[in-house]
Structure formats: structure tokens, C-alpha cells
Design a protein around this ligand. Structure first.
Ligand SMILES: [Zn+2]
Length: 321
């Protein structure tokens, strides 16, 4: 299996296939970085796999369908992702043309919409029309960390499957043969229980960048507003600064969550250990900072507001007193 955990969700998906009761549309909901897209791709393989012995209920990973779905070249599986932060109406129109035809090789076509909350209004209305005219041979999977941002009329036509962070023991067990326990202990707190992020970090093998980020976050939490504005200016000096700002916010939120848990005495500290702040950050202050950073992150990924303005605002709102 290519994803870790989510056994209940996977069992449910296998059951609906076995009983021939696959819903026409599914929402995979849960925070980012859990591996929801990997599960969706595995499900597409399960629906299209050519090795369909009853006894073997997982995709074979060897047939033409399984291999080409992995490479995103299988003609009956479509993956839609945001372009410039939005899923545009043209993408949905193009999709409608494709799903209007009969499947080429599989029994059913599978449409996976990643970050479905990024459907803009026009695209969402257009997508709704596609859902309203159901065809027996198309399955839609909408992946989202913010199901409440989807049109209620889209939500009501989908079965919702919720995804949760995978327990640490399960991940350690799964990775034990490839990754040393020391490395896992080091990287785990950085991933914050999100398998997708953990695998990303392990793949990059460059934790020094993350240690540097953690240092910067500590400096921000301890620094004056002027220091922090200078830091933002330096951080966002390069061209592609929107993704840098998102990455910074991700780590900022992660660090604060760890700080909160450590202050409550629930862990030995992990990434927040070995440092004492000059400033006092109370529990309520930390929760408020997390909320504000999450709000700023949501604005940053859904609008074209300047990343620098977003980070400056955050620091004014949460760190200026
Ligand atoms: Zn197969």
C-alpha cells in the first residue's frame, strides 16, 4: 500500500466496490498533508485494475491501468488541480467534454478534484451541473481541507469520507525498515502528525532548513515589531514569495501547536524544547496566535493579497503588544 494509515477509510472504499455500491461523488475531507490524494489515486486504481480476482481486493500495482494511473497518463482517470490558486471554469468545461465520452479502457471514469475548495464560483456552478446530470460510469472524488467552503448544493450530492491524522506508532511501524528511529524522532515533530508532510521531509533529507525555520520563528516570537518586519522583508525577497509565506505560516502554526501542547505538559517538548523565551506567551495568547495564523494562511491561499502584507498583519495582530 502506498499510503500509511487510513485503514477504516480504505476498508469502506473496498467494501463499496465489492458490493457494487460506489457513490457517484465522494468528498475526502481532512487537514492538509494526510495523504488523501494518495488514497484517492489508490481508489482509482482499485476501480480500474485489470487483475480483478475476488480474493485479491487491493490494486495489483503491476497492470497497465495501475501503472499508468500512477504516472497520471491513464485515459479514464482525470486529476484537476488549482491553477493560480483557483480551479477555473475552463478546466471544468474541458473535464465535461472528457467525461461526456464513454470510458476508453476501464468500466468507469474517475475524476479527482484536488483542493476542491479552490473551485471559483463559476467553476463550482459548472461543476454542480455535471453532478446534477449523473452518468453511471463517472465517479467524482473531491479532496478538501475545507469542506465548508464548497457549495452546499455540491456537498449535498456527495458522500463525505473524513480523514484523520495517523497515530505515530502506525507510521513508525510502517517506516521502520527504511528509516532509523533517530531520524523519525527528529522529523516527526516537524510533520505534526501529517503523513504527507513527514514523507516530504524524509524525501528532502534536509532538516537543517527546518531547524533554521524553527530558529526564525523563535526569533519572531521574541523580537520587536521592527525586527519582525525586517525579517519578513528578508524572507520574501525572492520572486516566488507566496509559497515561502505559506511554508513559513505552516511552520509557525506547527511550532505554536507544539508550544501549546508542551505548556500543557502533554509532551516532553520536541521541537519547542531547549529554548526559553524572553517574552511570556500565555496559553490563551498562543491559541489566539494559532487562530490568527490559520486565518491569514486561508486568506493567502485563496486571494491575491500580498504575502508581505499578510505576514506584517499577522505580526501586528498577534505580536505587537
Ligand atoms: Zn492493477
Amino acid at each position: 500500500m502506498v499510503f500509511i494509515g487510513h485503514q477504516n477509510q480504505w476498508d469502506f472504499l473496498k467494501r463499496v466496490v465489492e458490493n457494487d455500491k460506489v457513490p457517484q461523488a465522494l468528498i475526502f475531507a481532512g487537514v492538509e498533508g494526510l495523504g488523501k490524494k494518495l488514497v484517492a489515486l489508490e481508489f482509482a486504481k482499485l476501480l480500474s485494475c485489470e487483475a480483478k480476482q475476488k480474493a485479491q481486493r487491493d490494486p495489483c500495482h503491476e497492470c497497465y491501468s495501475c501503472l499508468t494511473i500512477e504516472q497520471n497518463t491513464f485515459p479514464d482517470v482525470f486529476l484537476i488541480e488549482p491553477k493560480n490558486k483557483e480551479i477555473q471554469i475552463e478546466q471544468i468545461r474541458e473535464l465535461q467534454n472528457k467525461v461526456g465520452l464513454r470510458p476508453h479502457l476501464a468500466e468507469r471514469k474517475v475524476v479527482i478534484v484536488d483542493q476542491a475548495e479552490a473551485l471559483n464560483q463559476q467553476a463550482a456552478n459548472c461543476f454542480l451541473k455535471t453532478l446534477e446530470e449523473p452518468r453511471g460510469d463517472v465517479i467524482f472524488i473531491l479532496i478538501t481541507s475545507q469542506p465548508e467552503r464548497l457549495l452546499a448544493t455540491i456537498r449535498s450530492r456527495c458522500s463525505i469520507l473524513k480523514f484523520y491524522p495517523v497515530p505515530q506508532e502506525q507510521i513508525i511501524k510502517h517506516l521502520a525498515k527504511d528509516v532509523s528511529p533517530e531520524t523519525l524522532r527528529e522529523v516527526w515533530p516537524l510533520a505534526g502528525g501529517r503523513v504527507g508532510m513527514l514523507l516530504n521531509l524524509l524525501e528532502k533529507k534536509n532538516y537543517s532548513v527546518f531547524h533554521q525555520t524553527i530558529k526564525e520563528i523563535r526569533d519572531c516570537l521574541d523580537g520587536s515589531l521592527t525586527d519582525n518586519f525586517l525579517f519578513i522583508k528578508k524572507l520574501l525577497a525572492s520572486e516566488n514569495n507566496s509559497s515561502l509565506a505559506i511554508s513559513f505560516l505552516d511552520h509557525f502554526i506547527l511550532y505554536l501547536r507544539n508550544l501549546l501542547i508542551a505548556k500543557l505538559g502533554l509532551t516532553d517538548g520536541g521541537i519547542v524544547s531547549g529554548f526559553s523565551f524572553k517574552k511570556e506567551h500565555s496559553l490563551s495568547k498562543i491559541s489566539q496566535m494559532i487562530k490568527e495564523a490559520e486565518r491569514m494562511r486561508a486568506i493567502l491561499i485563496s486571494t491575491n493579497v500580498s504575502p508581505r502584507l499578510i505576514l506584517e498583519n499577522l505580526f501586528i495582530n498577534v505580536l505587537s503588544n
